[in-house]
Design a protein around this ligand. Structure first.
Ligand SMILES: Nc1nc2c(ncn2[C@@H]2O[C@H](COP(=O)(O)OP(=O)(O)O)[C@@H](O)[C@H]2O)c(=O)[nH]1
Ligand SMILES: [Mg+2]
Length: 247
């Protein structure tokens, strides 16, 4: 049951790099939360296609980055812009809606009923009765990566790479997003590493909730290539060194 009766304001950042073909502007324009207010903030990350025209039809706030800076920086800049208007919750969501927006009320349900939870990460767990369809190659590579990530962080996190995440706004969130990330590929891991640095591992383990989404599907046109797995491994090592040595 929801503990806080007030209507919350939620700002969701959507990073977009050449998304003209994939972006479903209508889905974003019509989406409403049942109990809360939602504001989308699109970050056009130096797209070279007609993304800016498509984004204009959403009627939402747009942050334009002059040159392509990568998802990590696009999300970070979007979150900082969103925080300017003091929402209660900020998050980010992949433009291809691989996680449909219909999952967001479930994230808010957790935030509303569990005040000790400050971070909700979507998790792609393939269970019967759910619609989680992921290419087998991406699934297995992803599971190897997830296992390495979890042992590097020292946290039993199952899936750091689902593109659907929500945070309860606090000074810690402002600090986590205040400076550029080292990693272009797995900044989601770095987000956790920053929370661990500020709060300690035990508190993060109590404040982070992995929400098993009921629907998730691979959307064609992914910009992630196989060689990015190697880059992700090297980023994981970079994050491990940078944040573990400072702890
Ligand atoms: N800003 C920015 N976003 C990107 C870039 N590459 C991918 N994205 C965004 O990150 C999200 C996920 O990208 P996608 O290619 O679907 O990756 P995948 O789902 O992990 O295979 C989408 O919202 C993309 O627009 C990039 O270079 N810059
Ligand atoms: Mg995708």
């Amino acid at each position: 049951m929801r503990q806080c009766p007030l209507v919350a304001r939620v700002a969701l950042v959507v990073p977009c790099y050449n998304e003209a073909e994939r972006l479903d502007a209508t889905a974003f324009r019509h989406f409403r939360l049942p109990d809360d207010e939602i504001e989308f903030l699109f970050v056009n990350d130096g797209s070279t296609d007609t993304t800016s025209e498509v984004l204009a039809t959403t009627g939402a706030r747009i942050v334009n980055l002059e040159k392509n800076s990568g998802k990590a920086e696009a999300v970070r800049r979007g979150i900082l812009a969103a925080l300017d208007r003091s929402p209660g919750f900020v998050g980010f969501w992949d433009a291809d809606l691989a996680t449909p927006l219909s999952e967001l009320p479930g994230f808010m349900e957790i935030m509303g009923s569990r005040p000790e939870i400050d971070i909700v990460f979507g998790a792609r767990v393939r269970l019967l009765g759910r619609e989680i369809s992921r290419r087998p190659s991406r699934h297995y590579v992803g599971r190897v990566g997830a296992t390495l990530i979890s042992s590097s962080l020292g946290l039993a996190v199952y899936d750091t790479q689902c593109g659907a995440k929500l945070f309860r706004v606090s000074d810690t969130v402002r600090e986590v997003f205040s400076t550029p990330f080292l990693s272009r590929w797995i900044f989601d891991v770095e987000i956790i590493a920053r929370f661990v640095q500020l709060w300690g591992r035990d508190r993060v383990a109590r404040a982070l909730y992995e929400y098993p989404v009921t629907q998730w599907h691979d959307v064609k046109g992914s910009k992630v290539k196989s060689r990015d797995f190697i880059r992700a491994l090297s980023d994981l090592w970079k994050i491990h060194r940078a944040y573990n040595s400072r702890r």
